[in-house]
Design a protein around this ligand. Structure first.
Ligand code: GDP
Length: 448
């Protein structure tokens, strides 16, 4: 981040789409237009496409193509920007880039164009991160979510919340700035109601951000259950390939099998866990240790029981193995062995059959919803673990503020509300730590 305040001109090859494709060299900074004019020998009109030849120092033609200039501040970075479209040959693009560097540009670091856009106030941090999410989107749903974040949907929700918090802070601060007022400002029910409103809005935003995080990262699903209930068979049926070893002898799944799958454009990771049960076998014990570690990292656990053989005892034993707070979907597999009229073991459980495929479409639907592909919720925006962490810190500070308010401690409550607002500000970029910026933008590709 050393060069953060130095407004030099950066250059990078933004895309190289192969010999037949188009390659772009992008320049940003005060010398961008001068460099492009030296390179082409032409005067560039703002926002006009010029068909030109790109020349080397000795006047030899490197390539021909288009040059477009976007003078500050109406450009991606907010600085003078030039884009040179050449043929997509990596050799030509490297030559073009070398020439730009010789004319005074510096090679851009990964994400530096977007970093500059952020520093110039063209994008806030959540939007800047959405640029990277859009580029790396592994699915159509993830790309749509990143688009919404880039359009500022997440940032606007955060700003609305910050506004609610500001009003709250004003009221609380008024209470101790004017302690001689007749009415006890802190005791007014309106204040408590306002705090509750902010907390409700925050938890709704957190739920949306969590869905967005899953869309970006993919959902981590763990299949768990006692041996021989059909966990491996379910994994196979969902991925439609014979990967896990399926066997009628209890305890064959000693290791964890991972399978990445795309479900309607949503990334899921399935982990087939070792049968969770008491065993003296050291190999099985190791499998169980790994399974428990996976369970603790899961976004969703598919808790599988055998519909034809499980009783409440099996259900309780498995429930006891699941980490607290994790989302669980109960599955009763082998429903093909149970008469349709048989009462379900649990009303929330989904009856499925890995053998016949019964119930698997309903299971896929549930997975889609869990993975953030929740059409009923008006679509999600992309978010990251960093954002969820900031929202959690905001929620914690609000809880403390609520307790302080109830105890009549206006000054302490005001300080907690300030901390809550600061945590919220970190989502959109009221951050002072260069380290954080460095980490975020280093995750980008060069030329963005
Ligand atoms: P795991 O130990 O839980 O992974 O169980 P497996 O997937 O290895 O399956 C154990 C046995 O149950 C195998 O013989 C499977 O063929 C059988 N099985 C799995 N799913 C079903 C199902 O839906 N219906 C029936 N009838 N048998 C199944």
């Amino acid at each position: 981040m050393a060069a953060r305040d130095v407004r030099d001109t950066i250059a990078a090859v933004a895309t190289a789409a192969g010999a037949a494709g188009i390659g772009i060299v992008r320049l940003s900074g005060p010398r961008a237009i001068a460099i492009a004019q030296a390179l082409t020998g032409a005067t560039l009109q703002p926002r006009r496409a010029h068909y030109l030849r790109f020349l080397d120092a000795d006047g030899a033609v490197i390539d021909d193509g288009l040059a477009l200039s976007f003078p500050a501040p109406r450009s991606y970075t907010g600085e003078d920007v030039v884009e040179l479209q050449a043929h997509g040959s990596p050799v030509l693009l490297a030559q073009l880039l070398r020439r730009c560097l010789a004319l005074g540009a510096r090679a851009a670091r990964p994400g530096e164009f977007t970093e500059r856009a952020f520093l110039e106030g063209r994008l806030d941090l959540a939007q800047a991160e959405a640029v990277a999410d859009l580029i790396h989107a592994g699915s159509a749903a993830a790309a749509r979510a990143a688009r919404r974040s880039l359009d500022g949907e997440f940032s606007r929700a955060v700003a609305e919340l910050a506004e609610g918090l500001s009003v709250l802070r004003m009221h609380v601060e008024a209470a101790f700035d004017f302690p001689d007022e007749d009415i006890d400002l802190l005791a007014t029910p309106a204040l408590a109601a306002r705090l509750d409103d902010v907390r409700d809005a925050l938890s709704a935003l957190r739920a949306r951000a969590e869905r967005g995080r899953r869309l970006v990262d993919g959902l981590h699903v763990v299949i768990a259950g006692p041996p021989n209930v059909g966990k491996s068979s379910l994994l196979n049926a969902l991925v439609a390939e014979d990967r896990a070893i399926v066997s009628a002898i209890a305890g064959t799944t000693r290791d964890l099998l991972r399978e990445d799958l795309q479900l309607d454009g949503v990334a899921l990771t399935l982990v087939d866990s070792a049968g969770l049960h008491a065993s003296g076998d050291p190999l099985e014990a190791e499998g169980m240790r790994r399974a428990r570690a996976e369970l603790s990292r899961a976004d969703l656990v598919l808790a599988v029981l055998d519909a034809s053989a499980s009783d409440e005892g099996a259900c309780d034993a498995l429930a006891a193995e699941l980490p607290a707070g994790v989302a669980v979907l109960w599955l009763l597999n082998k429903c093909d062995l149970v008469p349709a009229a048989a009462p379900p073991l649990s009303p929330e459980a989904l009856a499925v059959s890995a053998r016949t495929g019964a119930g698997l479409e309903a299971l896929r639907d549930r997975l889609r919803v869990a993975a953030g592909h929740d059409l009923g919720a008006g679509g999600s925006f992309s978010a990251r673990a960093r954002h969820l962490d900031a929202l959690d810190r905001c929620a914690a500070a609000l809880s403390t503020a609520g307790r302080q308010l109830a105890a009549g401690q206006a000054e302490l409550a005001a300080e907690d509300l300030r901390l809550a607002q600061a945590a919220l500000g970190q989502v959109t970029g009221m951050v002072d730590a260069d380290m954080l910026l460095g980490r975020i933008f280093a995750g980008f590709c060069i030329g963005k």
